[in-house]
Design a protein around this ligand. Structure first.
Ligand code: PMP
Length: 448
């Protein structure tokens, strides 16, 4: 029972493990987009285990492939050849554009970004790493250096060599920029950046350039890290063209562009397989995890042959990366995304959901912003119309827990914890999207 679990948790699990919801919930079963609690109650999982369960819980094809592989070979470590790591590397490389054809497998997003830091430094012989405020890239010591401080409480000393710049957030950023972002709910999708608000976007780029004027010596940049859409930070989208312009600045200063696709990869954003494709850039390094393994610990770093070569002068190793079980899952995930047309589903269902949420926004002034692309959606709650002041956290909790009690699991995030994050398995249907909106509407009505 839940009560028994609570006792064990208190005794044997580190209290530093944060749990969602004021009253915990225990899931013991999942199927596709559904989760079941200990009493067998069914929930629609609109958070997918933090944007991770990409093709659905306990997908029968994964179960079958994994069972077969575990009966054949589970682990030898990557110091030996095994057919699966080769097969998967080839399949993954096929999904990546240009020269991004060389893969290193790891077990998580933090590890992937750690390795990307090392590769960028080894290749450029530079040390400085730049990232955006409000970004999240992992919880290793190094990746905490590229995260925003707001994402961890303990005051770790500033990690040398890491710089953060202004977050170009079109809703909350100090220069605004509300009209130009790449989302179906964009008020003016054809904006030509001629009006006052859009010109504000240029200021974010200027701020980015300032970093090289004041902080980082010329040509001393190792890499710039950015998520294609900020995930943990609250589904934050940048002004249109910001990433493209930042990319040019990074190149001017001799750095590599690292695209963190841990959340935005694998068809999640609908239009493209990778989030960076929406920004029209070709990164030098791509890091991935979460959806790549549908819940299996799996991550990867993809780069060009030249950059990959630089790792031979450093030393890097991990025991599990590319093990046959993980690679089997990875291959099957790719198959399922293709066979079940999940990227397209992300786009159609995601766009429908975004438009329905946007309608809800016109009815409820506490919805300050609806944003995102495909099935990567954020709903930001504010205290009153036309403000960015977050809605009172106790109210947010009530709305969020009402949704849970009525069968819809939503994520929550953003620096103030006032953004509902929607990143379900990509197999959800239009009916699931409508159900989510109706429950959220009930919650907002009840706690008006
Ligand atoms: N990058 C991004 C964009 C993430 O969202 C996360 C995890 N939330 C990570 C990296 C770190 O991944 P992991 O928790 O697997 O280490």
């Amino acid at each position: 029972s839940l009560e028994e679990l609570k006792i064990i948790r208190k005794k044997n699990l580190n209290p530093g493990l944060t749990t969602y919801y004021s009253e915990p919930i225990a899931f013991h079963q999942g199927y596709k987009q559904w989760l079941f609690d200990l009493n067998g109650k069914r929930y629609l999982d609109m958070f997918g285990g933090i944007c991770t369960v990409s093709v659905g819980h306990s997908h029968p094809r994964i179960t079958e492939a994994l069972t077969e592989q575990v009966q054949t070979l589970g682990h030898v470590s990557n110091i030996y050849f095994n057919p699966k790591i080769h097969e998967y590397a080839e399949r993954l490389a096929d999904k990546l554009p240009g020269k991004l054809k060389v893969i290193y497998f790891v077990n998580s997003g933090s590890e992937a970004n750690d390795l990307a830091i090392l590769m960028a430094r080894a290749y450029t012989n530079n040390f400085d790493i730049v990232s955006l405020r409000n970004g999240y890239h992992g919880m290793s010591y190094q990746t905490m250096g590229i995260n925003s401080n707001g994402h961890y409480k303990y005051p770790v000393p500033h990690v040398p060599g890491f710089y953060k710049t202004m977050n170009p957030d079109v809703f909350r950023g100090i220069w605004g920029g509300n009209k130009c972002r790449d989302s179906p709910v964009q008020p003016d999708r054809n904006c030509q950046c001629k009006d006052e608000i859009c010109r504000a976007n240029e200021k974010y780029v200027d701020q980015f350039k300032d970093l090289f004027l004041y902080d980082i010596p010329k040509k001393k940049l190792a890499a710039f890290f950015a998520e294609s859409i900020q995930g943990v930070g609250g589904t934050v989208q940048y002004p249109k063209d910001f990433i493209k312009k930042a990319y040019e600045v990074v190149k001017e200063h001799g750095g590599l562009f690292v695209s963190d696709e841990v959340q935005t990869g694998f068809g999640r954003t609908g239009d493209h397989f990778w989030g960076f494709e929406g920004h029209c850039i070709q990164p030098d390094i791509v890091t991935m995890a979460k959806g790549i393994g549908n819940g299996f610990p799996l991550g990867a770093v993809a780069t060009t042959p030249e950059i990959a070569q630089s790792l031979t002068k450093a030393s890097h190793f991990n025991t599990f990366g590319g093990n046959p079980l993980a690679c089997t899952v990875g291959i099957t995930v790719l198959d399922i995304i293709e066979d079940e047309n999940l990227q397209q589903n992300s786009k159609t269902v995601g766009t429908h959901l975004l438009l329905e949420l946007e309608k809800l926004k016109t009815e409820f002034p506490v919805i300050g912003d609806v944003r995102g692309k495909g099935l990567m959606i954020g709903v930001e709650l504010v205290s009153k119309e036309s403000t960015t002041e977050p809605l009172d956290l106790s109210k947010i909790m009530k709305i969020w827990e009402y949704c849970r009690d009525n069968g819809v699991i939503l994520g929550k995030g953003g620096i103030y914890g006032n953004v509902f994050r929607i990143k379900p398995p990509m197999c959800i249907s239009r009916e699931d999207a409508d159900f989510t909106v109706s429950i959220l509407k009930d919650a907002l009505t009840k706690f008006k």
